[in-house]
Design a protein around this ligand. Structure first.
Ligand code: SF4
Length: 281
């Protein structure tokens, strides 16, 4: 019989609190490397100045331990839970939200309890929590502090089944054109393809969690990522919307099976403060 590994949920609380603190002040290395390389190829002088200002802002935030952006976002927590892990010592959702409260103790609180009544929860909980059950006895936590300037500009469409990649491309470009400077470019474009209405949005969100510079393992999807990136950058929106050749640093696509009747597509945008961090317990 498989031996279950016990994992006290308070370790999850502490890990999430630490990940939020860490990512509030320091942007991921892969993002910073992509920005430095973008600075070299940006054709517009104003665009280059914008990228350099964003990099300076990020260095200053890390050295002074102040948030990279005034919008410290809403916590998106993704858990990959090994099926041989036995969580002990309390409820998982409670533990996750306790971690969010700890992590955001001295950060701006931006979450309202009810979308219509709009009262602030005053501790930035609850998190948007996604769980996957995977083989093994480990638990991987990924936390994103998702800024809502870019979230607000994200869109989802249930395209007719035989629309093909041309319609997907048009929808992605339309979304980014409409976002203009409001998603705080250079952006990262997460695209979900397939699944169902609920599933395609999550695919797009997962696409944003992939390290920059890592293409899809599926050759036809990797090719579409490259083509989309070129077309997005040809829009000329540029860094912070001042015009230029770097509107996006990457396009990532996650795809899944779908029904014969539809081609679901979701575009989730990430901004120039793409805070995310992971740990394996
Ligand atoms: S979208 Fe991102 S960069 Fe823009 S204000 Fe929000 S968190 Fe900051």
């Amino acid at each position: 019989m498989t031996q279950l590994r016990e994992l006290p949920v308070d370790k999850i609380t502490k890990a999430i609190g630490d990940l939020i603190q860490e990512s509030a002040y320091a942007l991921p290395d892969d993002y910073l490397a992509a920005m430095r390389s973008a600075q070299e190829r940006e054709a517009s002088q104003v665009g280059r100045i914008m990228i350099s200002t964003l990099l300076e802002n990020s260095d200053y935030a890390a050295s002074q331990q102040i948030p990279t952006c005034q919008d410290t976002g809403m916590a998106i927590v993704m858990l990959e839970i090994g099926q041989d892990v036995h969580l002990v010592g309390g409820g998982l959702t409670d533990a996750v939200n306790a971690g969010v409260r700890q992590g955001y103790a001295d950060l701006r609180k931006s979450v309202v309890a009810d979308p219509l009544l709009r009262e602030n929860t005053a501790d930035n909980s609850p998190a948007v929590l996604h769980t996957d059950i995977v083989p093994g006895d480990r638990l991987k936590i990924t936390v994103a502090m998702k800024g809502f300037g870019a979230e607000l500009m994200s869109r989802l469409q249930m395209l007719p089944a035989n629309s093909g990649s041309a319609a997907v491309t048009e929808f992605v470009l339309e979304t980014i054109r409409a976002a203009g400077p409001n998603a705080c470019p250079p952006i990262i474009v997460g695209v979900g393809l397939g699944s169902s209405f609920d599933g395609v949005g999550l695919l797009a969100k997962k696409a944003l969690m992939r390290p920059l510079g890592q293409p899809s393992p599926q050759p036809h999807i990797a090719q579409l990522e490259q083509e989309l990136l070129q077309q997005v950058n040809a829009l000329g929106i540029g860094p912070q919307g001042f015009g230029g050749s770097v509107t996006a640093l990457a396009v990532h696509i996650e795809s899944f099976a779908t029904h014969i009747a539809a081609l679901p597509v979701a575009v989730n945008l990430n901004c120039s403060a793409p805070r995310r961090a992971s740990i394996i317990l």
